[in-house]
Design a protein around this ligand. Structure first.
Ligand code: GDP
Length: 228
């Protein structure tokens, strides 16, 4: 059963194709095959919303999903009554997976501007959900990525995916290990799209990210009054 109202809005392969920044956005980021599509489907409770695919070529797009008022039953319609007026609160943005070993260097280079351009420039971005496979733990990409986000005052929720693959005691170890490796202020959420473990707490954390206005990014330093 659907947990929340969600609809696919648009895919984009370059910044010029991004939709207007009309709602706050939470970006979902992670290595290819981390279980991103499965988790998005589990979070919103729609099996087919984000395609689960093992084909790298099909996951090179950023995908926008509009999420309606979380927990609201039924679509609220404006007096005009069109479907667009559903009480949509935020966009989940499914970013292309990084680090796919089978993808050529050239293809990887074409992803970077999309991902980095989006994360650095998107004014409506209010938070990032970073996914890490619980059995792989944090690797170089994540160790580089978190400080990069922190420099930009970007709120982040970290989730460790495919938790069902580890026994509970092993999960706790990995949670502690990831927290330490990434210097997180709180435990990452161990989650499984397959068993449903952790899905509710993670969804609450995502909704909170989406609701919290992002601290105003520091204004561009005004042209320094250069005495020269
Ligand atoms: P994406 O490439 O990050 O979007 O990953 P997918 O959602 O397509 O999943 C990649 C593979 O991991 C697929 O074979 C999924 O069936 C599997 N997978 C995804 N989530 C889970 C999970 O929670 N538990 C287990 N055991 N397998 C999962």
């Amino acid at each position: 059963m659907a947990r929340v109202k969600a609809r696919f809005v648009i895919s984009a392969s370059q910044t010029s194709e991004f939709p207007p920044p009309s709602l706050p956005e939470v970006a979902v980021v992670g290595r290819s095959n981390v279980g991103k599509s499965s988790l998005i489907n589990a979070l919103v409770g729609h099996d087919g919303l984000a395609r689960t695919s093992r084909t790298p070529g099909r996951t090179r797009l950023a995908n926008w999903f509009a999420i309606a008022s979380p927990g609201a039953a039924g679509a609220r319609r404006s007096p005009g009554g069109n479907a667009e007026s559903i009480d949509e609160r935020f966009f989940l943005v499914d970013m292309p997976g990084y680090g796919y070993a089978e993808v050529s260097q050239a293809m990887r280079e074409s992803w970077r501007p999309l991902i980095e351009g989006y994360l650095a420039e998107r004014k409506s971005l209010v938070g990032v959900l970073l996914l890490i496979d619980i059995r792989r733990g944090a690797q170089n990409e994540e160790l580089d990525f978190l400080p990069w986000l922190a420099e930009r005052d970007m709120p982040v929720v970290v989730a460790l995916t495919k938790a069902d693959k580890l026994a509970k005691n092993k999960r706790s170890l990995e949670v502690a290990r990831a927290r330490q490796a990434l210097a997180l202020r709180r435990d990452p959420v161990a989650v499984s799209a397959q068993s449903g473990d952790g899905v509710d707490p993670l969804w609450r954390a995502v909704v909170q990210l989406a609701r919290k206005p992002r601290p105003q990014a520091p204004a561009d330093p005004a042209d320094p009054a250069d005495p020269e």
